[in-house]
Design a protein around this ligand. Structure first.
Ligand code: AMP
Length: 391
């Protein structure tokens, strides 16, 4: 615990950290916690899996007092990340109990209204937070710490105006902490506008390149799905994530994997919150070995023990490739990222291959037996804003 104590973390949180069996701080914790605890505004370049949650949790928990109104607000891009942050804050505050409330869409609003009355710390997605602000069920006048978690994701998902509105509802006199996997020009602009003389810290990508193998298969279009089945059946794997670019494709792949006898489930933005929670629970409990997902649905999820990442579709935005591979080879474990490339992926894959520090080697195509596809892939003309694009 000495390492953590030296960062300035108070006793009750140290005790909770001991329960978690963390041995030493991660890079981002080491760099950010002393600054955060000194009251500075901080821009932290750190992805999910870096240990960033403790970096802001240690500050929020330390400063907050029970029953004194909402003193900390954490904005997250997705419902899953809101739940995950709330659970982590709950764990870290075990010996200094505070009322932590997560609010997000897809759930009935009334119980949230009730909970918010006595909340000390609130974590939420922008849409639902604005909804509460509009109903005057969320008072932010006591907020002294504002956290923007996964800011790049929040902006990618088009929440910029919502985020700005929420920030403007918070008192000017406050500490603001911004966490982002990548600091894009847009994120930097947001930081310049709303952070006060911020200090920047960054942690190395949490993926250890030595532990991560990246390969691709160049496959005829009509064998793409069959190759996926072949590899899933032949590769010895722990938990597996299969990434698709659209909701339609996610359902197509998950349904056909199930039909082929593989234990798979789909998660994407088109599912109800209840359904998403159930899927995640099953995946965490390892009832299901293969999670087929879109980038949006996977954002912010911290799933330990993912050994294989499949890119069934190559992401159009090459940054998503980095986010995807970041789900495996964590915490010293080995991981493999496998891209299945057919003609429709060529353009996107060329962009991925140009990424700095990314080396993907070609694997020889095994002899693949054609798997009969039961659920048809619904090919639609793709144009921006069209349903097929939705993730
Ligand atoms: P986060 O990036 O905050 O979502 O954390 C990713 C995972 O790492 C979570 O499962 C944490 O419980 C875990 N973790 C956070 N800090 C440490 C640490 N210092 N040592 C080991 N594991 C950690």
């Amino acid at each position: 615990m000495e390492y953590f104590r030296k960062l300035g973390i108070i006793e009750p949180i140290l005790k909770a950290i001991e329960d978690e069996k963390f041995e030493k701080p991660t890079e981002i914790q080491e760099k950010a916690i002393p600054l955060v605890l000194a009251g500075k505004d901080v821009i932290a370049e750190a992805a999910t899996g870096s240990g960033k949650t403790l970096a802001f949790a240690s500050d929020i928990i330390q400063k907050s007092k029970k029953g004194k109104g909402i003193q900390a607000l954490v904005l997250t891009p997705t419902r899953e990340l809101a739940q995950q942050d709330a659970a982590a804050l709950g764990d870290f505050s075990r010996y200094k109990p505070l009322k932590i409330v997560a609010v997000f869409g897809g759930m009935s609003i009334n119980p949230q209204i009730e909970q918010l009355r006595t909340a000390d710390i609130v974590i939420g997605t922008p849409g639902r937070l604005l909804d509460h602000i509009g109903r005057r069920t969320l008072g932010l006048s006591k907020v002294n710490t504002l956290v923007l978690d996964e800011a790049d994701r929040m902006l990618d998902m088009g929440f910029i105006d919502d985020v700005k509105k929420i920030i403007q509802e918070c008192p000017r006199e406050r500490q603001t902490l911004l966490f982002s996997a990548t600091i894009s020009a847009e994120v930097a602009r947001l930081a310049r506008r709303y952070l006060n003389e911020p200090v920047s810290v960054s942690a190395e990508a949490h993926v250890d390149p030595k532990k991560l193998t990246q390969v691709y298969y160049d496959v005829p279009d009509n064998l793409k799905f069959s190759l996926l089945v072949y590899l899933l059946e032949h590769e010895r794997a722990g938990l597996v994530m299969v990434f698709c670019n659209t909701r339609l494709n996610t359902d197509f792949v998950a349904n056909n994997l199930k039909a082929a006898g593989i234990n798979a489930l789909a998660i994407h933005g088109g599912l109800t919150q209840d359904k998403r929670n159930r899927v995640m629970k099953q995946f965490h409990a390892r009832d299901v070995g293969v999670l087929v997902c879109t980038d949006v649905a996977a954002r912010g999820l911290d799933i330990p023990g993912v050994s294989h990442i499949y890119n069934y579709d190559t992401p159009r935005d090459s940054n998503d490739y980095i986010h995807r591979i970041g789900r495996t080879a964590r915490a010293g474990k080995e991981g493999i990222a496998i891209s299945i490339i057919a003609s429709r992926d060529y353009d996107s894959f060329r962009r991925v291959m140009k990424l700095k520090d990314v080396t993907i080697t070609e694997e020889r195509l095994p002899e693949v037996k054609k798997v009969r596809i039961k659920w048809k892939e619904r090919q639609k003309t793709i144009r921006p804003g069209h349903r097929t694009y939705r993730r």
